[in-house]
Design a protein around this ligand. Structure first.
Ligand SMILES: Cc1ncc(COP(=O)(O)O)c(C=O)c1O
Length: 437
């Protein structure tokens, strides 16, 4: 029996009320929109979700990494209510509003890049990535885009092309965008590589005078929670300077406090030119942005970037409160606390279960890679899914990641308490027990 204070499983899953809604989903919602959880949410607060049938779950997926400040953070909810009573939408480029401009200022002030900075807002992470490429192309007047193995950048045509994993993200969706070149990545658990080898790979793929931008996740998210060695990002900075291209970091998953710094790149000795942000910035409202060096951000022609809903006022108000919460509630320190506690649990599990090949992470972005054998490092995809499913049916939601789907990862709200972490990890441990028989 698991000692429980926050979770409760009182029906089989899905419970009867959720099952009824799933039956309607099967009939009317397009089949590719497969869902991870076997229940329908009714209510959520902090890191806890309650379903229509009264079951309660600890959510270590945090809305796929969007809820750094927690579900229905009080500051965010109050600002949204206030904004609803004022106005909902104008399109910033038709009738501008102050929250967009305030957010640009606050985001620039939180961006550790020297010199003048500017920001632009969009709706999704993929759009931020697309726009970073557009901005870099307009600035450099070049066209090629460099990306990395294991990268995930989104599902639009260019972002999908830039993404590595074929199935499900690219399968059946070609032809893809042109001028995208993929470089090897230092996946330390499996493959070491040098800066020189990355440069040689670049030179063999494309003439560097044609490269507009290199886009890289400072900690790879969907691709398996890969933290690069300390030399990697500074070396990519040097390549960008040597060949005159823009260095854009995709911090959609790693940014906004998740790693214990406002941006993950601050852990490394370098500065990028552009940064893509989304997910936790809007605390669940659709909001993304590109922030970076002013002379690069200003390069496209007037009206060359934008969008009808881009930087919607509700989302901007939410984001202002997210950043306020990070500053005033010391959420960067909380990310470190949460990450250390979860990592300690993961290391303890690794001593007990030799299917855990690697435990890694930065701040609260923590993952473990599962293998069938610690010597051959054969990815244990089915076992990973079995463990995640067992944990879910027992009250804790843990997402998976990796090209082989063999990484269990944590994208939990940074406001989760120690007691909640411990309960979630007890559930995960019992999932290991049941999956390993
Ligand atoms: C690093 C990274 N970039 C881009 C995206 C795409 O974001 P969105 O799904 O909002 O388009 C994601 C989503 O998981 C991501 O993790």
């Amino acid at each position: 029996m698991i000692d429980r204070q926050f979770t409760r499983i009182q029906t089989k899953l899905p419970g009867p009320k959720s099952a009824e809604v799933f039956a309607t989903k099967a009939k009317y919602v397009a089949a590719p929109l497969e869902t991870y959880a076997p229940f329908i949410v009714k209510h959520a607060k902090g890191a806890v979700i309650e379903d229509l049938d009264g079951n309660r779950f600890l959510d270590f997926s945090g809305g796929w990494g969007c809820l750094a400040v927690g579900q229905r953070n009080e500051r965010v909810v109050a600002a949204l209510k206030d904004q609803i009573d004022a106005y909902l939408h104008t399109d910033f480029t038709a009738v501008p509003y102050a929250p967009f401009i305030e957010l640009a200022q606050v985001l620039c002030e939180h961006t550790a890049i020297d010199g003048p900075k500017k920001a632009a807002f969009f709706n999704s992470g993929a759009e931020a990535v697309e726009n970073a490429v557009k901005i870099a192309r307009a600035y450099t007047k070049r066209k090629a885009v460099l990306v990395f193995e294991n990268a995930f950048h989104g599902r639009t045509l260019l972002a999908m092309t830039m993404t590595h994993k074929a199935k499900p993200y690219k399968y059946g969706f070609g032809p893809f965008a042109t001028d995208v070149y993929r470089l090897p990545y230092p996946y330390e658990y499996r493959k070491s590589i040098t800066a020189k080898e990355i440069e040689q790979s670049l030179l063999s793929l494309v003439d560097p005078s044609e490269v507009a931008v290199m886009v890289v996740e400072p900690v790879i998210g969907e691709g398996g929670f890969l933290v690069p060695p300390a030399w990697f990002l500074p070396a990519m900075r040097q390549l960008a300077d040597k060949y005159g291209f823009v260095l854009a970091l995709d911090e959609v998953q790693s940014g906004i406090g998740r790693t214990g710094k406002f941006f993950a790149f601050e852990h490394f000795d370098m500065q990028p030119d552009l940064i893509c942000v989304a997910k936790s910035l809007g605390s669940g409202l659709p909001l993304s942005g590109v922030v970076g060096k002013a002379q690069i951000m200003d390069a496209p022609v007037a009206s060359g970037i934008g969008g009808t809903y881009a930087g919607n006022p509700l989302a901007c108000r939410a984001a202002l409160e997210v950043i306020r919460a990070i500053d005033e509630d010391d959420l960067l320190a909380e990310a470190t606390r949460v990450g250390n506690r979860i990592k300690d649990h993961f290391h303890r599990l690794a001593e007990k279960y030799d299917v855990i090949g690697d435990v890694r992470g930065l701040g609260a972005m923590v993952g473990m890679e599962l293998v069938t054998d610690r010597v051959t490092k054969e990815p244990a995809k089915e076992l990973t899914s079995k463990i995640a499913t067992a944990a879910m049916y027992n009250g804790a939601i843990f997402p998976t990641a990796g090209l082989q789907g063999n990484v269990l990862r944590v994208l939990v709200s940074l406001v989760i308490s120690d007691e909640q972490i411990d309960e979630g990890l007890r559930i995960l441990e019992s999932a290991f027990e049941s999956a390993l028989g």
